[in-house]
Ligand binder design. Structure first.
Ligand SMILES: Cc1ncc(COP(=O)(O)O)c(C=O)c1O
Length: 391
């Protein structure tokens, strides 16, 4: 079976896992900090906090950004539901700024409109869809004018760069950036996520929220008299200073992720080759084109989404996907627009407010794209797609 995405594990990764197990420190050991430091160095951020998933990273980033009841979030309609759910975890609501169809990213113009209509936005969460980086300077400017914080959802974009060359995660245009290390992402930890930031106050808050809201580093104690006995510090003392979570990641996951990180540039180079091959193959096809038509030169190429005019072809997307599945090729749709989900509809979201997202959704199909995909497999996918579009 050829899936749409797949992680790549080699002997180095397996050895790294084995070595970690022999250390006996399965969680809260040194591998977590080593991974955090490695990602911080790679992206050029001062601080990094690794957590149990990208969703957990979004949750605590939202809280650190001041999302709370009455202080809402704006995000893209074309993303995984977790980006928008960040709002609801904190008792706030999500609003959607429609995409620019040429990039499938949140459009700064529609963001301006949403921010103009609302006075209650605490955070803007642009999503670097498929690794293609959003127009961050324009988004930052709009958010600044509305006094909102920017959190980049870079679950797809480890290894991508901004138009100015700064790495995604350096937070050159945001307060925080969030990553995911789910197996279909750029590097795999099994499950895992991270928040990067250059702000020390935010960093300290993220550390507390990751672990039950308990004081970390040299956080000032709120009840210092409880911390000592007759002038001696109580060695056991700690304080839960706010409501936090157990969002810790394990050392086992971080050992794997560290080993994977060493291969990231190689992974991205191969993805880029595969993307170029798909583009060239579809050039002569009247009804197939890449969904993202500019800005891909600095993308990490997390997904290859083809835009197919199924109406013009005369075969439905469901039929095409089934035909491909019969030949062992698994395709996917990224994504069902978030406002279409029943939960978000009950919260008042409407797809009609995001017509570009609706038009994109009608034609999107993600084709297999991953480091281990061979040239032969890719040729087979292209040929099978052509045949399955035959009415
Ligand atoms: C855009 C986006 N944001 C957030 C997430 C959540 O990450 P995780 O699966 O690690 O919780 C995902 C992952 O699927 C994603 O694609």
């Amino acid at each position: 079976v050829i899936p749409y995405g797949r992680h790549y594990i080699d002997e180095d990764d397996i050895e790294a896992g084995g070595r970690l197990l022999r250390t006996g420190l399965l969680t809260q050991g040194p591998a977590v900090e080593a991974f955090e430091q490695a990602v911080a160095d790679y992206v050029g951020a001062r601080y990094a906090v690794a957590v149990s998933s990208g969703t957990a990273a979004l949750h605590i980033a939202g809280l650190a950004a001041g999302v709370e009841p009455g202080r809402d979030v704006v995000t893209s309609p074309i993303t995984f539901v977790a980006s928008a759910n960040t709002a609801y975890y904190a008792g706030a609501r999500a609003h959607f700024a429609d995409i620019d169809e040429s990039t499938v990213n949140m459009s700064p113009c529609t963001l301006e409109q949403v921010l103009h209509e609302r006075r209650d936005i605490a955070a803007v969460i642009p999503v670097h869809f498929a690794g293609l980086v959003c127009d961050m300077p324009a988004i930052r400017q709009a958010a600044d004018r509305a006094d909102a914080v920017v959190i980049e959802d870079a679950a797809h974009a480890l290894g991508s760069r901004n138009a100015d060359g700064s790495p995604v995660g350096s937070c050159a245009h945001s307060l925080m950036t969030v990553f995911s290390f789910h197996p279909v992402k750029a590097i795999a930890a099994g499950e895992g996520g991270m928040v990067t930031t250059n702000d020390e106050t935010v960093y300290r808050r993220l550390l507390r929220l990751r672990s039950h809201g308990i004081n970390k580093l040299d956080d000032p104690l709120l009840l210092p008299t409880q911390a000592s006995t007759g002038g001696l510090t109580n060695p056991w003392y700690y304080e839960m200073q706010e409501l936090g979570f157990n969002y810790r990641i394990t050392d086992i996951q971080c050992a794997l992720a560290l080993s994977q990180l060493r291969k990231l540039e190689r992974f991205i180079r191969r993805r880029r080759e595969l993307v170029d091959t798909y583009d060239a193959a579809f050039e002569a096809e009247p009804h197939i084109s890449p969904a993202q038509v500019h800005g891909r030169d600095t993308s990490g190429h997390h997904l290859y989404v083809a835009r197919i005019d199924f109406d013009a072809v005369g075969v439905s997307r469901a039929e095409v996907m089934l035909r491909l599945r019969e030949r062992g090729i698994v395709t996917q749709v990224h994504y069902i627009p978030v406002p279409m989900h029943p939960f978000h509809r009950t919260q008042g979201a409407e797809l009609a407010a995001c017509p570009a997202a609706g038009a994109y959704y009608a034609q999107a199909l993600s084709l297999p794209l991953y480091y281990g995909l061979t040239d032969e497999e890719q040729s087979f996918v292209v040929a099978a797609l052509r045949e399955s579009l035959d009415a």
